[in-house]
Ligand binder design. Structure first.
Ligand code: ASP
Length: 353
């Protein structure tokens, strides 16, 4: 073999075959090139997503086996819709939009179809999306006819110079952007009508307003291959809320926040407490300035600060390494997490995965 090679090429000064060395050199160069290209596209980088479907009192007695199965399946569908986008190299913004839209279309959750009703019996929806790359953000509040408020929030971010649009102005923008509009009756379900009836009765008995969390606000946070974080939240707010009331979900920094320098967070719970505590930003600030781990920052805000004020609820959060934190100080939180290390889980209560 060696003699044969020597027959067709000139030997170098060491008596080595030049063509052989060139081939090896070419191979090494090509491998380096391919590795660089893969690194640039982030092919080997981790991806991860977490979702929630609301926190609060999730009564185990009322939760029949069928109902629990339905929740778990709905959460899995949303989780996988987002994860498949990340897995095929899509952006975290696309992933959180897909996960939240999936839950908005499912009447089990308090977002989009199946949203809770305000005191007058109407659905008024809030949503926000934040791209940690920028960062940039979009939000809508008090919309009554937008089928998927998360899509409108995204359009506010991408196609308007603003961060937040509310009520009629938001719906005018929705019309311009040709998003799907529906009559308010599309959102209303029998279950939510009964919830409202019960709360109004309670209010009469107690002689004071009783807006309550409907359990079922939805949210998602994700990390994509390019290292970008995103967060999205969508809700109908509180059952029996006053017309015009806006919760924490669409407030950037309270219910929704993402910044590539720290983390991405989506919250659920009693919005007024989350607004006063600026929960989502506070968690990211603890990561950014005090260099707390994501778990420690979430614990500090949800289990210590929020609790001290009497606020109930939880968050899902993710950092630049794809570490996920799912924490709540309420009885339960519908939630799910999936990552490229093989983690895939859906949980409802603390002690029962
Ligand atoms: N945080 C939402 C709000 O106050 C409600 C919820 O998460 O259940 O509007």
């Amino acid at each position: 073999m060696r003699a044969g090679r020597r027959n067709c090429v000139a030997p170098d000064h060491n008596g080595e075959d030049m063509t052989y060395r060139k081939i090896v050199g070419f191979g090494v160069a090509m491998t380096a090139l391919l590795l660089n290209a893969a690194a640039a596209g982030g092919a080997g980088n981790p991806v991860a997503i977490a979702i929630h479907g609301g926190a609060g009192v999730i009564d185990r007695v009322q939760m029949t086996a069928d109902r629990e199965r339905a929740y778990r399946e709905a959460l899995a569908a949303a989780l996988d819709a987002g994860y498949s986008i990340l897995e095929s190299g899509g952006s975290s913004v696309d992933a959180v939009t897909a996960a939240v839209r999936t839950m908005e279309d499912d009447p089990l959750f308090n977002a989009g179809k199946g949203a809770v009703l305000n005191h007058e019996g109407a659905a008024e929806l809030d949503a926000a999306l934040m791209d940690g790359n920028g960062p940039r953000a979009g939000a809508v509040a008090g919309v009554r006819h937008v089928k998927n408020p998360i899509e409108l929030a995204r359009l506010v971010m991408e196609r308007s110079p603003h961060v937040m649009l509310v009520g009629e102005g938001a719906e005018e923008f929705a019309l311009e952007q040709q998003v799907v509009l529906v009559p308010n009756s599309y959102f209303r379900t029998e279950r939510r009508r009964l919830d409202l009836e019960r709360e109004i009765q309670e209010e009469r008995n107690q002689q004071k307003p009783t807006p309550v969390t409907g359990t079922g606000t939805v949210g998602a946070v994700a990390l994509d291959r390019a290292g970008n974080l995103a967060a999205a939240t969508s809700t109908g707010g509180l059952t029996n809320k006053r017309h015009g009331r806006v919760g924490d979900s669409p407030i950037i920094g309270s219910g929704t926040y993402a910044n590539n320098e720290s983390c991405a967070v989506s919250a659920t719970g009693q919005g007024e407490f989350f607004i006063r505590s600026v929960v989502a930003y506070d968690i990211c600030a603890l990561v950014n300035y005090r260099h707390l781990s994501l778990d420690a920052a979430v614990h500090e805000v949800i289990q210590v600060k929020l609790k001290r004020l009497g606020g109930e609820g939880g968050v899902i959060a993710i950092d630049h390494a794809g570490r996920i934190s799912l924490d709540f100080n309420s009885e339960g939180m519908f939630r799910g997490a999936r990552d490229s290390h093989g983690r895939r889980e859906i949980s409802i209560w603390r002690d029962n995965p």
